[in-house]
Design a protein around this ligand. Structure first.
Ligand code: ASN
Ligand code: ZN
Length: 322
């Protein structure tokens, strides 16, 4: 009992101060982002006001609308690849809530990222079906958000084609990861299942064989080149961003299939390192991107490794100098 003697005022004040400092130091800092997505799917009811009416929030069970459910699952699959494989928390790396709107407009033949959220049309049913059908299309659109928050590649000319290609690469990887496919098993198509039954073609684009995805009376022939020898100089489509993306797409396909196994582990990691590494300029040309992938392959997997050689050779095959 003698130990519990009253302390003098000064001692008490000092003790209180130490206690306060300890409590402040122990207080949690900024909250770590969750390992679960925060998804909200809206229905535009065939109008164009965004975001429309919320119809499924995170944690809610599937409802009757298959389009809503596909959007919800696709957002989840995209979140999973970026988190589990690359350690990225959502689109911005800080747990950004994922928002999508389905049934946008009437017979709307596209899907897009508007800088803040995903938007999906139902297609006209004659040329295109529902844009939530292909998982790689959902992944493609969300990856535009990742690019916006990282390298921010300017959407024109070669940097625009790189922006498009990065969306195709991770769109395809999201599908491959969800299906557990190896590079050898994957179809390397973007938008398989999107073309209406009457259309002559298999998908929107092929990373394996750019220029062969469709050849149709209405759509025309797939205009994508696979190599620089066929690079298309045009002012249309922001300087051919959806056309010339065939070249970096094919380089990724060549590197990933040469390496084998799961494409997201090596080729995907290298491309992710370049996209997020801070060295890629907003107006990068193909050669800038290519050079950085070779550097990233060396830095992550070693100098004399298969990865370095596979990446270098892939760009050489499509005619881009590294
Ligand atoms: N679906 C197209 C894309 O993501 C829409 C667009 O932005 N042009 O590239
Ligand atoms: Zn795109």
């Amino acid at each position: 009992p003698a130990r519990h003697t009253l302390r003098r005022d000064g001692e008490l004040r000092a003790l209180r101060q130490v206690t306060t400092e300890f409590r402040l130091a122990a207080e949690p800092g900024p909250k770590a982002p969750s390992d679960q997505p925060t998804r909200t799917i809206h229905d535009a009811g065939h109008r164009t006001d965004l975001p429309g009416t919320a119809v499924r929030r995170e944690g809610e069970p599937p409802g009757q609308d298959a389009t809503v459910n596909r959007a919800y699952s696709g957002l989840g699959a995209t979140f999973e690849l970026f988190l589990r494989v690359y350690g990225r928390h959502s689109i911005d790396g800080e747990g950004l809530p994922l928002v999508a709107t389905v049934h946008y407009d009437e017979q709307y033949d596209n899907a897009f990222w508007n800088g803040e959220q995903m938007v999906f049309g139902d297609g006209d049913g004659e040329v295109f079906l529902d844009f939530t059908l292909p998982l790689d299309v959902i992944g493609h659109e969300l990856t535009h958000g990742v690019t916006q928050h990282t390298a921010n590649l300017t959407y024109y000319g070669q940097s625009g084609a790189l922006n498009e290609s990065v969306s195709d690469v991770f769109g395809s990887l999201i599908k491959q990861y969800a299906l557990g496919q190896t590079a050898g098993d994957a179809d390397w198509l973007i938008g398989a299942g999107l073309l209406a039954p009457g259309v002559t073609g298999s998908a929107l684009r092929s990373m394996k064989a750019p220029g062969t995805a469709y050849d149709d009376d209405v759509l025309g022939k797939d205009p994508q080149p696979a190599t620089m020898a066929y690079y298309v100089r045009t002012g249309r489509d922001n300087g051919g961003v959806h056309i010339n993306s065939g070249i970096p797409n094919h380089a990724f396909y060549l590197a990933a299939t040469a390496l084998g196994g799961h494409a997201w582990e090596k080729a995907g990691q290298i491309w992710y390192d370049v996209l997020t590494g801070g060295e890629l300029a907003e107006r990068a040309l193909f050669a800038d991107f290519a050079g950085l992938t070779v550097k990233a392959a060396r830095e992550r997997f070693g100098d004399g490794g298969d990865e370095f050689e596979a990446v270098r050779k892939a760009w050489e095959q499509v005619g881009v100098r590294t």
